[in-house]
Design a protein around this ligand. Structure first.
Ligand code: PEP
Ligand code: MN
Length: 353
């Protein structure tokens, strides 16, 4: 940490800063310039708090040298992490495809779509059983019934399943059925929830909050990691923009490349929530892969006009299948492997439209 002192700092104030640093067992290195004096703190940064130092008379700025997200940082783990979701690898050279409807609506819907996305080459099946909706009158999800349907559809297609958990009290329940727990954008800073999912053994898909900075996202990941769960996958799903006529959110593709530098955690992209427009989804999916994403998360529905949530942004199974072919080609260019599924080798056209 580096402490920059005010231009008119007194000798007593300088000594006070040095005393505070030494009192916690760290050393202070004074550097007196013509205009400013700075104090370098040598030793374990964790021993001293940033804010109390800033409150000392004569202190102008305190600059930490290490990022505040120690466990999530690239420095902590120079090689990128690979997170495994019931046998499906995300990270390193492995590009994973997560697909399915926004919400689990009924058994038939879930089975049809699971089969279609599996045939198209998806690795992990998604579907929300607990839906965080802006309106309390909108479809809230089938809850445990939805979890059972999702699990059965995943099992029928030999696919791991990911689903959102919105309430810390439901983490145990969701953990019983899902292979991966999703923390949605609206809950990215629900710290009680983050601590709860940090205590389970399953991997967590952590979506970026709609007005969260990259540091906020990595600090939320740190909450999960600090509880002992090291299997965190980040997800860029767009942030609030100003032109919602064009896209639901602003797809922040630079964040993908930035996170790869700052953190060892895998990061995937969700162009469905980022754009809200099926016509924009393939372009943004490919841009995400080109920026270094470790996976793509797409909402797919075979009857979007009947969907209970997010139907307007869903790709049809055939559109999804076409996108998977493009993702596969692009992935190869970047030295990544999109593990083929048995079904995608066999079939070229999904059963339903
Ligand atoms: C979802 O995945 O269906 C969802 C609600 O996503 P987000 O939290 O990114 O809005
Ligand atoms: Mn959705």
């Amino acid at each position: 940490m580096i402490v920059i002192l005010e231009p008119n700092v007194t000798e007593t104030q300088i000594q006070n800063v040095v005393d505070r640093i030494q009192a916690v067992g760290l050393s202070a290195h004074l550097s007196r310039g013509t205009y400013r004096t700075i104090v370098g703190i040598i030793g374990d940064e964790e021993k001293i708090q940033f804010e109390p130092l800033l409150a000392l008379p004569g202190v102008s700025e305190v600059i930490p040298v290490l990022p505040p997200y120690k466990l999530a940082s690239r420095e902590a783990h120079p090689r990128g992490s690979i997170v495994e979701v019931a046998g499906v690898k995300i990270g390193g050279d492995h590009l994973a495809l997560i697909a399915g409807p926004c919400a689990v609506e009924n058994e038939d819907q879930m089975h049809r779509i699971a089969q279609a996305v599996k045939q198209a080459g998806a690795h992990i099946l998604r579907g929300g059983a607990f839906k965080p909706r802006t309106s309390p009158y909108a479809f809230q999800g089938l809850e445990e019934e939805g979890l059972k349907i999702l699990r059965a559809a995943g099992d029928a297609q030999h696919m791991p399943v990911v689903t959102e958990v919105t309430d810390p009290r439901c983490v145990g329940l969701v953990d019983e059925y899902a292979d991966m727990l999703q923390v949605g954008a609206r809950n990215m800073q629900n710290f009680v929830l983050l601590k709860e999912v940090g205590k389970v053994q399953k991997p967590v898909l952590l979506k970026r909050g709609m007005s969260a900075t990259v540091t906020d996202l990595l600090m939320s990941a740190e909450y999960i990691l600090s509880q002992g769960n090291s299997r965190v996958v980040l997800c860029e799903r767009g942030v609030r923009g100003f032109d919602t006529k064009i896209a639901r959110n602003l797809f922040d593709v630079a964040t993908v490349a930035a996170v790869k530098q700052l953190s060892h955690l895998p990061i995937i992209v969700d162009p469905s929530h980022a754009t809200g427009q099926p016509a924009l989804v393939p372009h943004c999916a490919l841009a995400g892969v080109a920026a270094g994403a470790d996976g793509v998360h797409i909402e797919v529905h075979d009857r979007p006009e009947e969907a209970k949530s997010d139907g307007a942004q869903a790709l049809l199974p055939l559109q999804f299948a076409a996108l998977v072919t493009q993702i596969r080609q692009l992935a190869e260019l970047f030295g990544k492997t999109l593990t083929p599924t048995e079904e995608s080798n066999r079939a070229t056209t999904p059963d339903c439209r």
